[in-house]
Design a protein around this ligand. Sequence first.
Ligand SMILES: [Fe+2]
Ligand SMILES: [Fe+2]
Length: 369
Amino acid sequence: MTTTATTDPRLPADADATVKLITDAAPRMYTWNYERDRDRLVTLYEKAMGSQWNSVTDLDWSTDVDPERLAHDSAQQSVIVQVARAAADLAGSPFASWGEREFTQLSIESLEAQLSQFMHGEQGAMIVAAKITETVPWIDAKYYAATQTMDEARHTEVFAKYLHTKLGDAYPMNAPLEAQITALVEDSRWDIAYLGMQIVIESLALAAFGSLLRWTEEPLLRKLLRYVLADEARHVAFGVLSLSEYYEHLSAAELRDRQEFLAENTIRNRTRSTTPEIWERMGLSVETAMPYLSEAAASLDKSVFTGFNDAFFSKLVPNVRKLGLLDANDGHLRRLWADAGLMKWEFADDTATDYESYDAVAADRAAEV
Ligand SMILES: [Fe+2]
Ligand SMILES: [Fe+2]
């Protein structure tokens, strides 16, 4: 797990190495205005209350999960497995001696690593939603963010439970994801937590969960993902509603900061998240595996790597358009994203569609009546 030196004097004496400290610079806001005057947030909050599912009773945890079967399905979409298979053809490669048993094991490890990132990311989302509850000035947004905090607690819990009871040992949090979420928690501007989590990371989550849902046949994972996705689509809607109102009143310089934040989190910072511990668990050192993996990756069709980014940007760009951030400052962000080829997603199917199609809990409850 993620570690912090236990010698940090701010840590309680009995803290162990599984604790990480983050210092948050944002001021908390108490509001004395209890007027419910943001109708769309009121509606979203009521919807959120009615859509809370129960992580224990709404999912059938007695389902038998066969990791090899899951791995077989996941191998089709796993970039890491495709790259390792290509690396097996390279002279002198440590993958040359691998048979189907090793590739199956790699698929299982890769899925465990992916679900581990979901679990850590969901805990980050829970912390950020709690921060939004404390820092946002509007009562309707505080109420909503409180329901989201509960949603994210459930998400963290179900990914942790699925990993531990159905798959195996979790992996540590990837360094880029950890850095991204830590920065949101530390930031002193309340809307940056919103923008980073509700718009950027939630769009990533919708793309990642959506792709996992498309390939897996495993019924417990499918139901869990549908329930999580229904919640996430609402979270993005919350971000869009709140920020589009707030950004109407910011100065050009403040809007430019937000545009730069988005450029930073998309085109300038595209380090591919990797989990080096996978290679260690497969009995290889990262130093031995990497040169062959890099060479193999360069030989593969680019579409192997762009599929996920396309799914992410097709969620993100339309939502950023709704915030008015593409065109502020004479289209500063529109120009940056156009140069990076992202503007083709401006009118892609956005998360409003997800919100309707993923109303999974309501659909299941209606079916049960
Ligand atoms: Fe979540
Ligand atoms: Fe969320």
